[in-house]
Write a protein that binds this ligand. Structure first.
Ligand code: G3P
Length: 217
């Protein structure tokens, strides 16, 4: 499973890139607003740090303007993936951009039928939002399982990018459900390595090793 970080915070991105755990980045207008940075500048900076795919979302909602915005975004760097909303206009734009060889990420997916449409127009990634479905008492993870089954039934190549991930458990469950990618807030990625038994076990090993008086170097 590939790990993308769902953030526009440069310091977190640098730390994750150095860890070797990062395969790409996703951003959205809310994350850009939170960063307080200029959209195009921050995307260019991220693309300079992370060689993997970096999703940058269009801001408009009509087909013509989406295509114009996508053209600006894809010229920012070779690894930009144009993120489009799951609307009829967004799907139409996805079809055109895909036919031109541009990578796309169709976002705000909340149903299996929406995911089916995105695959039919050749989206590179579909982003089902797990946490936001959980928020309204629906089972976000069931959506990932349903999309996996549908995409496998028809050998669609669109990758399932599990989004709106809030907890380490979401990542385990998305991996079990066969998501190709998880886009994860940096704080959650760093939590994945934590385990109290790893911590106490290591403390004991360090103590016992010191007691031997030996040195490997
Ligand atoms: O980038 C899209 C998605 O991951 C947003 O997550 O936590 O705002 O629902 P969240």
């Amino acid at each position: 499973m590939k790990f993308f970080a769902d953030t526009a915070e440069i310091e977190d991105i640098k730390k994750l890139q150095e860890s070797g755990l990062l395969d790409g980045i996703t951003t959205n207008p809310s994350l850009i607003a939170k960063s307080g940075r200029d959209f195009k500048e921050v995307i260019k900076e991220i693309c300079g740090i992370v060689p993997g795919p970096v999703s940058a979302e269009v801001a408009s909602t009509d087909f013509d303007t989406m295509i114009k915005e996508a053209d600006v975004l894809r010229k920012l760097a070779d690894n930009v993936v144009v993120k489009l909303p799951l609307t009829v206009d967004g799907l139409k734009a996805c079809k055109v951009l895909t036919s031109e060889g541009t990578k796309t990420n169709v976002t705000l997916c909340f149903s299996a039928n929406q995911a089916l449409l995105a695959a039919k127009v050749g989206a590179t990634y579909i982003s089902p939002f797990i946490g936001r479905l959980d928020d309204i008492n629906l089972e976000g993870m069931q959506l990932i399982r349903d999309i996996r089954q549908i995409y496998d039934n028809y050998a669609f190549s669109t990758e399932i990018l599990a989004a709106s991930i809030r907890t380490p458990n979401h990542i385990t469950e998305a991996a079990l459900a066969g998501a190709d990618v998880a886009t994860i807030p940096p704080a959650v990625i760093f939590k994945l390595a934590d385990h109290p038994l790893t911590k106490s076990g290591l403390e004991q090993f360090v103590k016992d090793w010191k007691g031997t008086g030996q040195s490997i170097l």
